[in-house]
Design a protein around this ligand. Structure first.
Ligand SMILES: Cc1cc2nc3c(=O)[nH]c(=O)nc-3n(C[C@H](O)[C@H](O)[C@H](O)COP(=O)(O)O)c2cc1C
Length: 365
């Protein structure tokens, strides 16, 4: 199976299944000398952990990540950084029925069509649990970005019909909200909505927004490797993401050029924009303003109410999915979006170093 590696210079390879022995990631191409703290890494991991509250799957996992290589005396050595988490709470029997039928909204049918065989326990490789490895890699990428003063911050913008109000936006509240919203009023409304979904044995979707600050102008390439194209691929590769918007996104289709164009101005000799409809990228290259994008997540496909499907013998059947599932994926996916953005930008920053001969000379002379 190909496709488990992402990135060119800052390259990650994730491995492992939801209910296998362990999951992990190898990060290759990370520069030497970056300070890495394993406890901080595990604090970062906790944002994706299951069982945080009643809005995330009750599967109890410590999700403790161990760094096996590539870090010595608290600093990266420039060699592959290998990280592992051992699965503790497999309870595969919860999933034994899944072997015989295709769950709506899941990869069961497509996986069988492609490979003729699948690890059905909890979705195997297609499980949201794979994203654990992305978050570990994202932490390393984030440490690299922090060295350059670049920060990546993601949060929940909406759950179902409940959306944050930017007048109440308080970044410090993201970590105080059980659904990672920077608006505690909207957060409480989202909780009420989720309670209703749980009662109805249904699930909810939502939108994650991500803001990258401190990104210099010039990151990304003008054709296939555009910054926005790279982010779209990275974020769309997260399970359950069904749409990615950069800047004003789909709303640009309804506006006019005179409104949508961001005027430039010169301030103390520096070019900057008066507005940021573009979301910080022009022609695939960062323009020095905040880079802003959003990801739309579908409602959790595993729901407890009765659904119609077929089994592997081709018979129409009704099913009720057992096991432990998030009533909404969005809150746990916030840090996954942040991580994939960090990995993508770290890779593009390293690739950008060879863009001009002056840059190459600065390095070698
Ligand atoms: C962090 C995270 C957690 C997830 N948790 C669940 C879950 O508990 N139950 C579920 O049915 N799907 C969950 N998913 C979604 C499935 O993995 C995904 O919808 C499925 O593999 C089908 O892929 P697709 O939606 O991209 O087509 C989760 C996804 C992510 C990113």
């Amino acid at each position: 199976m190909a496709g488990s590696t992402y990135g060119e210079l800052f390259r990650i390879t994730t491995w492992g299944e939801s209910h296998g022995e362990a999951l992990g990631v190898v990060v290759d191409g990370c520069p030497a000398g970056i300070t890495i703290d394993e406890d901080r890494l595990n604090e970062y991991m906790a944002r994706r952990k299951p069982g945080q509250n009643k809005y995330s799957t009750p599967r109890k996992e410590s999700d403790r990540v161990k760094i096996l290589s590539g870090v010595f005396d608290g600093k990266t050595t420039g060699t592959p950084i290998s990280m592992v988490t051992f699965n503790e709470n497999q309870r595969s029997s919860d999933y034994s029925e899944i072997a015989s039928y295709y769950r709506p909204g899941h990869a069961d049918y497509t996986f069988d069509s492609k490979y003729g065989f699948r690890d059905y326990r909890g979705g195997g490789r297609s499980s949201g649990r794979e994203t654990l490895a992305r978050v570990a890699a994202g932490y390393i990428a984030g440490c690299l970005l922090n060295e350059l003063g670049i920060t990546v911050t993601a949060y929940t913008k909406s759950i179902g019909p409940v959306q944050i109000d930017y007048d109440r936006f308080n970044e410090a509240d993201i970590m105080n909200s059980p659904v990672y919203m920077p608006d505690l009023t909207a957060s409480a409304e989202a909780e009420t909505y989720l309670e209703d979904m749980i009662t109805k044995k249904d699930s909810a979707g939502g939108v994650v927004e991500c803001v990258v600050k401190g990104l210099p102008a010039g990151i990304g390439d003008p054709v296939f490797d555009k910054l926005d194209a790279g982010i779209a691929k990275a974020v769309m590769s997260i399970g359950a993401v069904k749409g990615v918007e950069i800047g004003d996104g789909f709303a640009v289709a309804k506006t006019s050029g005179s409104v949508n164009n961001d005027s430039f101005t010169c301030e103390d000799g520096n070019v900057r924009k008066l507005t940021n409809h573009s979301g910080g990228v022009l022609g695939g290259i960062s323009d020095g303003s905040d880079f802003i994008f959003r990801a739309a997540f579908k409602p959790t496909p595993s729901i407890a109410s009765t659904q119609h499907t077929v089994n592997k013998s081709g018979e129409d059947i009704d099913i009720e999915i057992k096991g432990r599932h998030d009533p909404v994926i969005v809150p746990r996916a916030v840090v996954v979006v942040e991580s994939m953005a960090a990995v993508t930008i770290a890779d593009m920053l390293l690739k950008g170093m060879t863009a001009t001969i002056d840059g190459v000379k600065r390095f070698y002379r």
